[in-house]
Design a protein around this ligand. Structure first.
Ligand SMILES: [Zn+2]
Length: 305
């Protein structure tokens, strides 16, 4: 399904819900037919003639944004310069999940690869895992003029190191990709995720004064963008404050995770516990950097003041 934001800029909505393995894409129906992200599924892309897409830009390398790259065989393909490795360097790609920390954080060897066991819908043409693609790169601030429509790539790391948002200054439309306004707040559970970067990236997006916000996994929001971004960041900042409160007394990572510091209300699967711990670690890294917390060794922490 297509949602017109203006005569040229459209949101491609997946057939099912815009949740993994699907995500929203942006289609720019102008002189140069352009698509941002490739995870809406084959059924959704029948609305836009995939063979006519000339330029495919990726917000970042995660599977739910890249699984449909093969639909766009005639397109120039581009990703942010900070994430070219995800399509060229398999070792770095494997490292990015952080799964090499699994045994240390969970206490038992990682069971069968999640990527091998998941069931995917028929219109998702690839499976999670490293995919080699010839990619060109774009940079922070780079302007794309694709006919009457122009927009800029905005480097917004934190979720992943080469995560980009896209801003259409004439229409004040922001595509915030996986800074997705989820009620659970931002996700920063990857090896190369960084919570300081999340804070700065959300502030950077707020400064754009967008009037319409589209993200990868939610509906279109018209108006009150500043408030939405503020509330979204607040979910994570509140989590950081709760961590800090706990650390009045020495506390282990296990204790912090046990107190449900991240991923509240999600089922306690080993993957959810792993990502919760990874995200709590990102807060601890930031708090240590700000000298508010010190590491006592062996994943035990305490507040310094
Ligand atoms: Zn992502």
């Amino acid at each position: 399904m297509l949602i017109d934001l203006n005569p040229n800029i459209k949101v491609v909505r997946p057939e099912g819900q815009a949740v993994f393995p699907y995500s929203n894409s942006i289609f720019i129906d102008d002189k140069v037919k352009t698509l941002i992200d490739a995870g809406s599924g084959g059924k959704a892309y029948t609305d836009i003639a995939p063979e006519k897409i000339e330029l495919l830009l990726l917000s970042h390398y995660h599977f739910d944004h890249t699984n449909g790259i093969s639909f766009f065989e005639n397109a120039r393909k581009m990703v942010g310069e900070e994430e070219l490795w995800a399509f060229t360097d398999e070792n770095q790609f494997l490292r990015s999940s952080g799964y090499f920390r699994w045994e240390e954080l969970i206490g038992s060897p990682k069971e069968e690869s999640w990527s091998k066991s998941i069931h995917l819908p028929d219109d998702v043409p690839s499976r999670p895992g490293f995919q080699h693609w010839e990619m060109e790169v774009f940079k922070d601030g780079q302007e794309f003029i694709v006919g009457e429509t122009r927009f800029n790539a905005i480097h917004t790391p934190g979720h992943s190191p080469g995560h980009y948002a896209f801003f259409f200054p004439d229409q004040k439309i922001l595509f915030s990709a996986d800074l997705d306004i989820s009620p659970r707040g931002p996700w920063y559970g990857g090896e190369f995720s960084d919570f300081d970067d999340i804070v700065q990236s959300i502030n950077k997006m707020t400064a754009l004064k967008a009037e319409t916000l589209v993200s990868s996994h939610r509906r279109v929001f018209y108006g009150q963008v500043e408030q939405l971004l503020h509330d979204y960041l607040k979910v994570a900042l509140d989590r950081e404050n709760r961590i800090l409160d706990c650390l009045d007394l020495p506390c282990s990572l296990d204790d912090l995770a046990e107190r449900d510091m991240a991923f509240e209300s999600l089922p306690k699967t080993s993957h959810n516990i792993f990502w919760a711990k990874m995200m709590i670690l990102k807060h601890l890294q930031r708090l240590i950097k700000m000298r508010q917390v010190k590491h006592l060794g062996n994943y035990r922490y305490v507040r310094t003041d």
